[in-house]
Ligand binder design. Sequence first.
Ligand code: AMP
Ligand code: GLY
Length: 421
Amino acid sequence: MKVLVVGSGGREHAIIWKLKQSPKADKIYCAPGNAGIAQDAQCVPIGAMEIDKLVQFAKDENIDFTIIGMDDPLVAGVVDAFEAEGLRVFGPRKNAAIIEGSKAFSKDLMKKYGIPTAKYETFDNYDEAKKYVLSQSVPIVVKADGLALGKGVLICQSHDEAVAALDEIMVDKKFGASGSKVVIEEFLTGPEVSVLSFCDGKTVVPMVSAQDHKRAYDNDEGLNTGGMGTFSPSRIYTKEINDDCMEKIFKPTVAAMAKEGRPFVGVLYFGLMLTKDGMKVIEYNARFGDPETQVILPRLKSDLLEIMEACVDTTLDKMDIQWYDNAAVCVVEASGGYPVKYDKGYEITGLDSVKGRDDIIVFHAGTAEKDGKLVTNGGRVLGITGIGKDIDEARTKAYEGVDLIDFEKKHFRHDIGIKKY
Ligand code: AMP
Ligand code: GLY
């Protein structure tokens, strides 16, 4: 089969790394990819949002199967565009990707179907939103309705902060059209777990659990980022909790989407928080997580392409998905200054020293080739995944890789995989 993967981050590199192990994947393309992906797939210079060009490329090259990694094209309807041309594509249609694309939609869905989540109200009128936040206790959470590069969630410690958040989102339009509506939500506390799942519209199969470290600096200090590192499995996510989530969250969500005429096909990512009242949904994503994928897929024993085909063919209930009984830790090497301001173009050294090892895997995110050298080309540059029998061993391997692979102004967290819970 000829397979096309759409995206350019560490997540897409991990998907391609796993697809390469499939005997069914004869040729893998990536649009647009990055310098590391180019070592594992043929990169084509088409942006992830250039939907017409992607469809044309898939037709011209007789691509058998396309996998969409990123959220923006999914929310914009890339899957519908492929299907309209009779092309096979893995990911939710526009009317299902809305579960990530609109927080108001996802909250209303959860309310309607009794899926546990934080209490909330939605507003498209600034004065009403302001009146409401002032009537609530703090901390309180203000969220822009639409996609905002993971930055549209503001946790407000005071009423002044909450009003400032509304100003930013609804008046200054900091997140553009994403902020024409807001969700104002009760503040919850507890450890967070990411559980990604395969879905075929009817059946949902959770993957192994993961936890993300979102803040830029050690001990969860500094600004929120796209994710500075992950580990799998989560220590708090027991089999009992998984069984409970299956009945109260995973199956009800997939059934609700089907009932609404929006069958969800693809990867449905449940962002969960273990509160004192049990597990609650913090958010849904309509795709693989980044950098969760970099610890989850190395633990998958089964053929990823076969699973994805089963999702598209609605035969997921027939699949027996197997995982390794091991652990993985991914440490992100970022450019100093990320997530605010950082330089690009520094040479990356040491990659050869881990080549061929199966206990240290390097996934490229922001890298490029310049004059025959690999250079930094983004905030998150590389994800170094260590594999071991448990988290401690996987951590040791990941940091061994981090020591070996270097570039100027390299920044990484030292505490990935260490959580108090
Ligand atoms: P989201 O983009 O919805 O995942 O939100 C980003 C982060 O904000 C989450 O991972 C949580 O850490 C935090 N967050 C979101 N909603 C709440 C809430 N209701 N209570 C506490 N923290 C929250
Ligand atoms: N790591 C969080 C996400 O992919 O949304």
